[in-house]
Design a binder for this molecule. Structure first.
Ligand SMILES: C[S@@+](CC[C@H](N)C(=O)[O-])C[C@H]1O[C@@H](n2cnc3c(N)ncnc32)[C@H](O)[C@@H]1O
Ligand SMILES: *[C@@H]1O[C@H](CO)[C@@H](O)[C@H](O)[C@H]1NC(C)=O
Ligand SMILES: *[C@@H]1O[C@H](CO)[C@@H](O)[C@H](O)[C@H]1NC(C)=O
Ligand SMILES: *[C@@H]1O[C@H](CO)[C@@H](O)[C@H](O)[C@H]1NC(C)=O
Length: 265
């Protein structure tokens, strides 16, 4: 650890790279204010029932639009996975471009609204492998949305994916579940998978979340052993909505994460 950090420190002047060598204690102290925060699945459902869904955006997400070429890398008909998909219009946008989409979302209301608001008809079937789960399939587009806890989903259900769009997902699951989340997400990545991750940086002393704060160091700790991680974009995302939460800064980071082609030593 010391030796590799020293070497990295010497070879790379980039703060980003060097920061992946920060000690676990430093990362833990950054995460401490939100470490114990737990949002029950029922609380998400309540938000949908009460239309408290300020995270939803009526337009295709800017960061997806801006980086789509890097995600596709020349490929057509890519299989996209949307963890914690909500009713993201991005799913329709990609399906309209000939890609297929599989999403997972706990709220049935969110799934039905997605199809209804996009004027799609859909079928509804149980998922034998996941007790209690249902899958909603668009009749017109290649979109299948699983209504279940994400942690009940696995590659045995729909195989692996060529791309993942993670917006409002890593930042929305409970902080204590992040390791489990990273293991699940990497298990869903096909060898050529290009995983676009949108994460948020802010002062976690000022707001309890969700969305939760996910520092760059943790993105590296979670995915760095099996993946290459490239920071594509870092933008100031503070708006009145987050000012009202008490935040004084908000940075939105977008990463492109790919499986390492060969394991390191
Ligand atoms: C912050 S929203 C983001 C939705 C969507 N990705 C977007 O960008 O609009 C998080 C969504 O995940 C759902 N959710 C939260 N925890 C979940 C879980 N463990 N399994 C499945 N869905 C979950 C919530 O109902 C909510 O719709
Ligand atoms: C769905 O249909 C309604 C009524 O025809 C229309 O106003 C709306 O724009 C359509 N929505 C989409 C996303 O195409
Ligand atoms: C949906 O996508 C899958 C995987 O890309 C493909 O095999 C299938 O033919 C597509 N179906 C339609 C109706 O486009
Ligand atoms: C679903 O997930 C919950 C909690 O993660 C777990 O207790 C349960 O056994 C899972 N069920 C299935 C069918 O995988």
């Amino acid at each position: 650890m010391w030796a590799s950090c020293f070497l990295l420190g010497v070879r790379l002047v980039l703060f980003q790279a060097a920061s992946s060598c920060w000690g676990q204690e430093d990362v833990n102290s950054m995460l401490a204010p939100q470490a114990g925060r737990v949002m029950a699945l029922g609380e998400w459902e309540e938000r949908w029932q009460e239309d408290r869904i300020g995270f939803h955006q009526p337009q295709v997400h800017k960061m997806l639009e801006t980086n789509i070429e890097k995600v596709l890398a020349g490929r057509t008909a890519v299989r996209f996975f949307f963890p914690l998909c909500g009713k993201a219009v991005d799913m329709k946008w990609l399906a309209d471009e000939g890609h297929s989409v599989v999403g997972v979302e706990i709220s049935e209301k969110a799934i039905k609204q997605f199809f209804e608001e996009n004027n799609m008809t859909y079928s509804e079937e149980p998922v034998p492998a996941i007790p209690g789960a249902k899958v909603y399939k668009s009749s017109e587009k290649n979109i299948s949305l699983y209504q279940c806890d994400l942690f009940n989903f696995s590659s045995s259900i729909e195989g692996q994916f060529g791309a993942i769009w993670d917006r409002g997902s890593l930042v929305a699951i409970n902080p204590r579940d992040r390791k489990k989340y990273a293991a699940l997400i990497t298990s869903l990545m096909a060898n050529d998978c290009r995983y676009l991750l949108d994460s948020l940086l802010y002062n976690p002393e000022l707001y309890k979340g969700p969305p939760f704060f996910v520092p760059d160091e943790q993105v590296h700790n979670l995915f760095g052993s099996s993946c290459d991680i490239e920071l594509l974009q870092s933008v100031d995302a503070l708006t009145e909505r987050q000012r009202a939460w008490g935040l004084d800064y908000l940075t939105e980071n977008v990463y492109l994460i790919t499986l390492k082609s060969t394991s390191v030593l």
